[in-house]
Design a protein around this ligand. Structure first.
Ligand SMILES: [Zn+2]
Length: 117
């Protein structure tokens, strides 16, 4: 998943993964923007199985989150499988994993906001 959200210059809706087409107002050219550093947890789910591209240990807690300011809504792993309740304030960070075949994989992770700063 791209870690760079897109934003619609007409209506302001944000997307992660990025979209070129705004589903709110049908504008075709959204623009890349920076991920906001904080947000709110909406829901969680435990990931027990995943395709070969998933490098985090399983089972892994993943969270649906929304950026602050009614921003983009997306799923991301919860660092350390820390328990979080819906409505919890969270922070977003990037984490890099070493791939077994060499190279690295970088993704957004979610942390409780108290320890995120
Ligand atoms: Zn729009």
């Amino acid at each position: 998943m791209s870690m760079i959200p897109s934003e619609c210059p007409k209506c302001g809706r944000r997307y992660l993964p990025a979209r070129r087409f705004c589903v709110s107002c049908s504008l075709v050219e959204t623009r890349p923007t920076a991920l906001r550093p904080t947000g709110t947890l909406l829901n969680t789910s435990m990931l027990h199985r995943a395709g070969k591209d998933i490098v985090t240990p399983l089972p892994s807690l993943i969270a649906m989150v929304r950026e602050s300011g009614d921003g983009a809504t997306f799923w991301a792993p919860v660092e350390g499988n820390l328990p979080l309740a819906p409505g919890a304030p969270v922070g977003f960070h990037t984490r890099t994993w070493a791939l077994p075949e060499g190279g690295e994989f970088e993704a957004i992770v979610v942390r409780p906001r108290e320890i995120a700063q």
